[in-house]
Ligand binder design. Sequence first.
Ligand SMILES: Nc1ncnc2c1ncn2[C@@H]1O[C@H](COP(=O)(O)OP(=O)(O)O)[C@@H](O)[C@H]1O
Ligand code: SF4
Ligand SMILES: [Mg+2]
Length: 326
Amino acid sequence: MTMPLLQVQHLHMEFKTSRGTLRALNDVTFDVQPGEIFGIVGETGCGKTVTGLSILGLLPQSATITQGRILFDGNDLLKYSSKEMRKVRGAQIAMIFQDPTTSLNPVFTLGKQLSWVIREHFGISEKEARLRISQMFESVGLPDVERIMRSYPHQLSGGMQQRVMIALALACQPKLLIADEPTTSLDVTIQAQILALLKELCNRFGISIILITHNLGVIAKTCDRLAVLYAGRVVESGPTRDVFKNPQHPYTNGLMRAIPKPSRHGERMEVIPGTVPLNSGDVVGCAFAPRCKFTMERCRQETPTLEAVGYDHYAACFLREENRVG
Ligand SMILES: Nc1ncnc2c1ncn2[C@@H]1O[C@H](COP(=O)(O)OP(=O)(O)O)[C@@H](O)[C@H]1O
Ligand code: SF4
Ligand SMILES: [Mg+2]
């Protein structure tokens, strides 16, 4: 494998809240290769978004990273000043969110908003900016540039808005795009189109993408490698094919069974009983133990750490070890 573009190593992050300290990330470790789509999957509250925000240096004031490193092209982003991070965000790492309307200003036309960003970034004229924008629109499959430029955000469909956001994120030619649930608010057909677009952009421009989703089915279709997050920890990671063929963590299995199957419409999908612990920092032992079918005595006392279970495939569960012994 080549030198990773991004290496998140032993990242610990906590929030100060009125009810005390909430540990949101515990020892999060994964890496992203150049030109790949890397999936981060887990239920709501597992720490996906805060992982993305940590990489971008956009965590709220109440958050503190207490340990770990985030190496981007070999440099530790956690050592950067806020000014340096602003530069990284403008030029090297971009992020798009679930709801594109939160990133677009409702009172200005898209033309105004886009050309501000482009002109600021490249220091170019209005005319050059317009040209650049039409090229970007073309690359994300948006027709009729003039009409879109004259539109206000609410005049476009959700899928079109998300395409505009992707175009905007790509305008600054980042090396890494973090897409946080980019298709969750869209209907299934549009979802598929946006995912296909991300894949195509990844191939065409050689950028890396971190695709954050709660739906393992989205990962199966799109990602080269993935990390499964549970209660602020990576519980399994590896190449998508290997993880799907041979899942090593009961939580991954649960997510696999929860993939909605369109072919069996109307059938209830299996959900994992129970809920994600609110403050994973309070948990003793394996955080998944209260929901796991295989919980052993040991699981309630010790916290499993990621161990290699195959080539580039890791899991944090005692089952394998215990089976091997017994
Ligand atoms: N600003 C915040 N203040 C306090 N806790 C937060 C804040 N943002 C997120 N959290 C907590 O951090 C954990 C991870 O949240 P998040 O990354 O949003 O999860 P996900 O994106 O996987 O749904 C959750 O327990 C959430 O309640
Ligand atoms: S460590 Fe134990 S409780 Fe945790 S997932 Fe594995 S078997 Fe289940
Ligand atoms: Mg989220």
